[in-house]
Design a binder for this molecule. Structure first.
Ligand code: ZN
Length: 313
């Protein structure tokens, strides 16, 4: 019998109307262990061209009620408990006085954040020493930090990309975020701003629209390179970027454990991957990593395979 290949059809989280907003989703002020006041932190991010930011002080919602204009402030905190690893809450209401969202296990913290209307992000999993076994059973969270700058500064454990792939390969639908986790240390070397952020595609710049886009996965994580568009057709993905040195495709068959890699080189801005031509057995997801001339990366969210992608005989 003749060999047949069904082209993978992708769910594309970038196929939504809107424009791109630069957003910081993890940083600290003097309301917890940061070294800059909330107002000064906002001014820093405004000068760096951010459209929105979430101040994530430990266990407390930092508010600036008289703040107007950019950056838009997203109510947030970082739940920190004696047991649960750190978990960021985005857009939630204030916990009741005395209630610590991170007092229990990781799953309890996610549930508590959801009950308050927030989105839960597992902070710096690699730095926290989390492994596949900790994160595979977790449900109801938005995603994990795949790049955390202060952790990279502190001890080189800022990246959790491998862990992310392990979860995606096993069918977990979790998005990947890059953050500063800025603490504005006095020496100016550790925990600085402007090293990891997300670009969110949303029709409007308001808290609701940004949170909704985050939920849909309509964003990407970056340390510099831009992803301008991701177009998907059966068997083909095309990415437009800022000028880049190379783009990696990371894709996997769900449950196969066989992560496949492809790479396109050249200083250009348009990159196409042909799944039909290559006959890749991609039934799980595909994502991109864009690398610029300075070695800085941007990571797209995964595009999950809706149908096809397998070989049939
Ligand atoms: Zn933090």
């Amino acid at each position: 019998m003749r060999r047949r290949f069904a082209p993978p059809v992708f769910d594309n989280p970038y196929r939504v109307p809107g424009c791109w907003w630069k957003v910081a989703l993890h940083l600290h002020t003097t309301n917890s262990d940061g070294h800059r006041s909330p107002r000064a932190a906002v001014e820093t991010y405004r000068r760096l061209g951010y459209d929105a930011m979430a101040i994530t002080d430990h266990d407390v919602l930092t508010r600036l009620p008289d703040h107007r204009g950019r950056p838009l402030l997203i109510p947030a905190l970082e739940a920190t408990g004696p047991v649960a690893p750190h978990i960021v809450s985005l857009g939630s209401r204030e916990p009741a006085p005395g209630v610590r969202l991170g007092a229990g296990k990781l799953q309890d913290a996610v549930r508590a954040i959801r009950r308050l209307g927030g989105l839960a992000v597992v902070a710096h999993p690699s730095w926290s020493g989390l492994a596949d076994a900790d994160l595979l059973p977790l449900r109801g969270h938005l995603g994990i930090e795949i790049y955390n700058h202060v952790c990279d500064d502190l001890n080189g454990r800022g990246a959790s990309v491998e862990l992310w792939d392990h979860l995606l390969e096993r069918g977990r639908r979790v998005w990947g975020l890059a953050v500063d986790d800025a603490h504005f240390d006095r020496d100016g070397l550790r925990g600085g701003p402007g090293h990891g952020w997300v670009m969110v595609k949303a029709p409007r710049l308001n808290v609701r629209a940004i949170l909704h886009a985050l939920e849909l996965g309509s964003f990407y994580a970056t340390r510099g390179p831009r992803i301008l568009s991701v177009a998907s057709a059966p068997g083909r993905l095309t990415v437009e970027t800022s000028p880049a040195d190379r783009v990696h495709l990371i894709a996997a068959g769900c449950g196969s454990g066989g992560t496949r890699f492809a790479r396109e080189n050249g200083n250009r801005t348009r990159w196409t991957f042909e799944f039909m031509k290559a006959q890749w057995n991609v039934t799980g997801y595909a994502r991109f990593e864009v690398v610029d001339g300075r070695g800085r990366k941007a990571w797209s969210n995964p595009l999950f395979v809706r149908s096809g992608g397998g070989r049939f005989w």
